[in-house]
Design a protein around this ligand. Structure first.
Ligand SMILES: Cc1ncc(COP(=O)(O)O)c(C=O)c1O
Length: 384
């Protein structure tokens, strides 16, 4: 019903993925498969809602309406079987700004924050930028499949540990954490008085059942601030509208205070319009998108196998981000990077930016038209 094969030229649209290649990679002649947004148009229901809002012609300061809260509540119930109250929700202009604010809200300078690497880099950069001490709890990798190292986690907790950062589903390793894994992790945090900031921005882009951390139990909910947005799900990240959820009023209030202090609680008017349209009428599009993404992941898997490439990846349980391993090559990470840029001419995210565990890895975004994906893969395997 929806045409995800439609080719759309994104160049010259102030688009980071296409128009900032020279800034991030030092050259422009690259096919971009990096930044985590999709080369698909957002559904018509969102476009129409935005055009309709634009026709009003006045773009003053915006606030959420009761409808906005209710739609989030309904979305969480329908998609993730999570019962939330409207007064558990708070808005901000992005998940990363919210994460940084939550760090300030729940810890002091010099406190320790645990992050499970390799991980989406702002989740550890924000720790350092807020002058907190970054403690890594690296994930365990076995044949491309990642699990948590809870023994290592326990050994790293000190009196100064105030926050554990959870990326769920996990970017870049693509795990949808099981209820059991989440429960075990959260119990350790409960025992040690640690707040969990759970970044669940990829929650809707899943190929197996996703469990919101805070939905597991009242005790877990009480120590959790969940961060989410419709940005990844509906390709509207540029509208900068996110929301935080916590059943614990004290946690939510502290978070709100810092959002006010940092002036990150004023949201783009189109952000609300898009969020409402997405959660009200975007489900049929999302269901088809997931089928298309799944087939793209399979396409990459088959292509690499058929062309007997030594590049490997474990098919992600969530997201359109493929964590490619180049470990089977005898060449250094730097050499792989150079070959990708100068020979294959494709722009992937450098694995090392996700932490030192990303050595020999590059992240490929496969949320694009099959025609363009096949082109990128042919350029990749020709030189590897
Ligand atoms: C795990 C994760 N969190 C947050 C973000 C960005 O969120 P926002 O654009 O709302 O700051 C991304 C974007 O790639 C992400 O992958």
């Amino acid at each position: 019903m929806y045409n995800f094969d439609e080719l759309i030229d994104r160049r010259n649209t102030n688009c980071v993925k296409y128009d900032a290649l020279d800034i991030y990679f030092g050259k422009e002649d690259l096919q971009p498969l990096w930044v985590a947004d999709m080369d698909f148009k957002t559904p018509d229901v969102i476009n129409k809602a935005i055009l309709n809002r634009a026709n009003h012609g006045i773009y003053g300061y915006a606030k959420p309406s009761l409808k906005t809260y209710k739609l989030i509540q309904k979305w969480m119930k329908n998609r993730h079987n999570w019962d939330i109250q409207t007064n558990w929700i708070s808005f901000a202009n992005g998940v990363v700004p919210s994460y940084s604010a939550a760090i300030e809200a729940y810890s002091n300078e010099g406190d320790e924050i645990i992050v499970q690497t390799p991980v989406y880099f702002p989740l550890f950069k924000c720790v350092k930028k807020n002058n907190r001490k970054l403690i890594t709890n690296p994930l365990i990798e076995k044949n491309g499949y990642y699990t948590m190292d809870l023994e290592d986690l326990k050994s790293k907790i000190s009196k100064k540990t105030k926050i554990l950062t959870l990326c769920s589903p996990h970017n870049p390793v693509g795990r949808v954490w099981s209820k059991k894994e989440l429960e075990e992790l959260a119990n350790i945090c409960i025992e040690n008085n640690i707040v969990i900031i759970s970044d669940e921005i990829h929650a809707d882009l899943v190929f197996k059942k996703f469990t919101p951390l805070a939905s597991i139990s009242k005790e877990i909910s009480n120590i959790t601030l969940t961060l989410n947005s419709a940005g990844k799900t509906f390709n509207i990240a540029g509208l900068n509208c996110s929301y935080a959820i916590s059943e614990n009023n004290e946690l939510l209030e502290k978070f709100n205070d810092i959002c006010i202090k940092r002036e990150i609680n004023s949201i783009n008017i189109f952000g609300f319009t898009a969020l409402e349209a997405a959660y009200e009428s975007g489900e049929p599009w999302l269901d088809e998108l997931l089928i298309y993404l799944k087939s793209n992941i399979k396409l990459v898997e088959d292509y690499l196998k058929e062309n007997s490439s030594k590049i490997s990846f474990y098919p992600p349980e969530a997201t359109y981000l493929l964590w490619l391993s180049f470990k089977n090559y005898d060449i250094s990470h730097t050499k792989v990077n150079k070959k990708l840029l100068n020979e294959s001419k494709i722009a992937l995210n450098n694995g090392k930016s996700f932490g030192s565990e990303g050595n020999n890895y590059f992240r490929l975004n496969c949320a694009l038209q099959k025609e363009k994906l096949e082109l990128a893969l042919s350029k990749l395997v020709t030189y590897f």
